[in-house]
Design a binder for this molecule. Structure first.
Ligand SMILES: [Zn+2]
Length: 202
């Protein structure tokens, strides 16, 4: 029988990793065997763990690229999990398909949209082949409604303003003191557009 694909998507601070861990723990209680993969460019945790913001963690395998996970295809695992799917390369969906064809269930967690409001293609391709999709929301830091988006803010002249559309997609919080992220609803989420040295909020 083919494997099942479950994916949890949402903005930052929506508990995606927490959800992945919850699903893995349930399977482990049911005496299933599996493995969690994370990509080496995920710099949030240096060791081989996946850690939720709530502090729960599980042992994970750090790999360089999606296809490295296929080394474990023949291990007859009941499930494999991919955390922070947006950091994986374009081959992720094919790797997921390989496990599914082999009969291994796949659990995925990842960001839905980047700070510009654009979908992560590799995550959305997995959504398209999933049997179960969960959209997690966080709390909008401006109005308190459900947040589905991630706001990137940059510090300029002592003021936090929306990042520009031309900024790089990945910027890890903490690496740069001038950048921070917060969850926001569609109405409160903003992206700045740099034009003629003047910041326009679109
Ligand atoms: Zn809001």
């Amino acid at each position: 029988m083919k494997g099942k694909v479950e994916i949890a998507i949402g903005p930052m601070y929506s508990g995606k990793t927490e959800e992945l861990i919850r699903r893995v723990v349930r399977r482990n209680i049911a005496k299933q065997h599996g493995m969690i993969f994370k990509i080496s460019s995920d710099t949030r945790s240096k060791d081989d763990n996946v850690i939720s913001r709530a502090g729960t963690f599980l042992k994970a395998k750090t790999i360089e690229r999606s296809s490295d996970a296929l080394k474990y295809l023949n291990d007859n695992l009941n499930y494999v999990a991919f955390d922070e799917a947006q950091f994986f390369d374009e081959e992720l969906v094919e790797v997921v398909n390989s496990f599914v064809d082999f009969g291994t269930d796949v659990i995925v967690a990842g960001l839905n949209l980047d700070f510009r409001g654009k979908p992560f293609d590799n995550v959305m391709k997995v959504v398209a082949i999933s049997d179960e999709v969960v959209l997690l929301t966080a709390v909008c830091m401006v109005c308190g409604k459900d947040a589905t988006r991630t706001q990137r803010l940059i510090s300029k002249n002592g003021e936090w303003i929306p990042a520009s559309l031309s900024d790089p997609i990945f910027k890890v919080e903490g690496e740069d003191v001038q950048v921070r992220y917060e969850p926001r609803c569609k109405n409160c989420w903003k992206v700045g557009k740099w034009k003629c040295q003047k910041l326009e909020i679109t």
